[in-house]
Design a protein. Structure first.
Length: 294
């Protein structure tokens, strides 16, 4: 008669060890969150401080907050209303979004749904432009626009958006369009639709997550763009928000009004934040479904 002995294996860590691991994980996450949020909290606190206390004071939030920095924004900068900079930035950002959505979606449709000679080669060359530094093209583009007498206009800033020069967004939309069933194109062709009608009535509505994702990134990039407006805009009345903040400096290039500059930077965050919150759900859907298929 044989006796079978059953050994019960228990987990290596007991409840106390698991709780300690969970506590350490949460403490680490809170530490990372504090590091990420500290600059934002510093800007909020500094916007309610006098300019002389922003650099010298170590307190994150002032004991006696003031509103003089925000009241000064209402007076404008160098006889230019502060809202002029926001209007210029909004014009630039909206124009960039419209250009990206139109040109990049058309280009993506051609690469994803139309077979033509050299398609793969052209697509590879387009992806290769992602490796090309922006500064390499800066001088040739400036010389070209200067000879065309387009300096101090928004054309150099927006023209590339309408010519599908943003390869990242073309790639994003191509990957999304390739995941759509080919039977949709065949059914549209049977109904007598050409490529333009198929693109506008069938493919484009189904690509809404990818389009909204591209719109969010384009709006944020254009709103925060500093290098482009700095190079091509000379008239202070055409400055964007990023250039308008430079006007708080004195003649020596040192910020003479830290409080006004920080208050304006805080106000400039609001449109981007509202735009992101309004389309956050579509951004997550677009990043989850684009680029993972195809």
């Amino acid at each position: 008669m044989s006796t079978t002995t059953t050994t019960v294996r228990r987990p290596l860590g007991g409840p106390g060890r698991r709780r300690a691991g969970s506590l350490a994980w949460h403490l680490g996450a809170l530490l990372v969150l504090a590091v990420v949020l500290y600059p934002v909290l510093w800007v909020i606190g500094a916007s309610f401080k006098p300019s002389k206390d922003i650099i010298n004071s170590l307190q994150l939030f002032p004991v006696h907050p003031i509103l003089d920095n925000f009241k000064g924004l209402a007076k404008g900068i160098a006889d230019i209303a502060i809202w002029t900079f926001f209007q210029n930035s909004l014009l630039y950002a909206v124009g960039a979004v419209v250009g990206i959505l139109i040109s990049c979606s058309l280009t993506a449709y051609a690469f994803a749904r139309i077979r033509f000679a050299g398609r793969n080669l052209l697509f590879s060359l387009m992806i290769g432009t992602l490796l090309l530094p922006y500064h390499v093209l800066l001088i040739p583009q400036y010389v070209m626009f200067q000879k065309m007498q387009l300096i101090n206009t928004y054309v150099p800033l927006l023209l590339g958006k309408y010519l599908a020069t943003e390869a990242f967004f073309v790639f994003l939309m191509v990957q999304f369009m390739r995941s759509l069933p080919k039977e949709l194109d065949e059914a549209a062709r049977i109904d007598g639709c050409g490529h333009l009608r198929t693109y506008w009535s069938i493919v484009l509505p189904l690509c809404r997550p990818a389009l909204i994702t591209s719109a969010i990134f384009t709006f944020i990039n254009a709103w925060n763009d500093f290098m482009g407006p700095l190079i091509y805009l000379n008239d202070p009345g055409k400055y964007t928000v990023s250039l308008g903040m430079m006007m708080f400096r004195d003649s020596d290039g040192v910020a003479a009004n830290y409080g006004g500059m920080i208050a304006m930077s805080l106000v400039a965050l609001l449109p981007v934040l509202l735009f992101f919150l309004a389309f956050q759900r579509y951004l997550i859907d677009g990043m989850a479904t684009s680029g993972l298929k195809g």
